[in-house]
Design a protein around this ligand. Sequence first.
Ligand code: SF4
Length: 331
Amino acid sequence: MKSIFDNTTFGRFNLKSRIIRSGLWESENESQKNLTQEIFKRYGKLAENNVGIIVTELISMYSHDRFSDYSHYINYPFFIKEFREVTDIAHEFDTPIFAQIGFVNCNVNGKQMIEVNDLEIEDIRKIQTDYVIAAKKVAFAGFDGIQLNIGNNYYLSRVMNPFENQREDEYGGNTFNRVRMIIEIIKLIKQTTNLHIHCKVNLYQDRDDSLEICKILAENCADSLQITKFLSPQYFRKGQSNENMLVDFADNVSKEVSIPVVLGGGWSDMDTIQELINTTDIEYLSMYRPFVKSQSFLTEWMENKHGSSKCKTCNNCYWKKSSVCIIDSED
Ligand code: SF4
């Protein structure tokens, strides 16, 4: 029987649990610094409490495109210095740590809000170059991997979406062409760094096309995948919850690819997760809000053999300056 706390191999990493900590956003701009002692302490508590991999909060590719006023950005002057401190903390506890990188609006080469169909080749090359530069900074900061956020509504998810990408060149049309720009980014990053490439990718409206996207990524240098959902509820059929569709799809992807697959979304109860990993081919799950509520709950689950997060899933910690629970002070 599989357990959340099995020691498993994920790419070149040995994990302490099957739980991946996802990040949203977090920053405290005090004293001209992006990261504060509070944030370093939170990363320390995460790292010492049996999380499998830590994925950071979003680090925006471009300062003008931060997902919230509080998210980090890659060209922040002290990025390498401050995040080196974070990665050192994680490594002190032998916990791998990935930097989450993404952007929403495409403003490159002096143009604003470029639609996917209007991207010129020089714009694509600029984005790809920016990713390589970002990856080098991530590597210098001591990260083990990079989470390319090409899911939800991030810009590169739109490039892969057949409903948005109607290009007629080699970057549009069939599924491979829509993934080509991302494959090229991954290959370029691999030529210049030793980073594990973890792709956060959508279940889109077209399930077969989504599966094909995952297979193409897996066969073309991605080291692992996280399955998430395209944030348009009208795309999901009536009568079946998003979560069930995501489980079903992640199970399907896990059977079809030979790299680790992580299921995202809303998990909070140990028994439910245990049942999931023992009744499907899903090996890893990601969690975010329970780690906002408590950074040490996994250790409690391990000791008690059961447990449920006290997070009420109210989302009141979203869009705030810090990743802290504001509902009550109980840990
Ligand atoms: S604010 Fe709400 S969603 Fe966020 S951690 Fe607290 S209970 Fe959970």
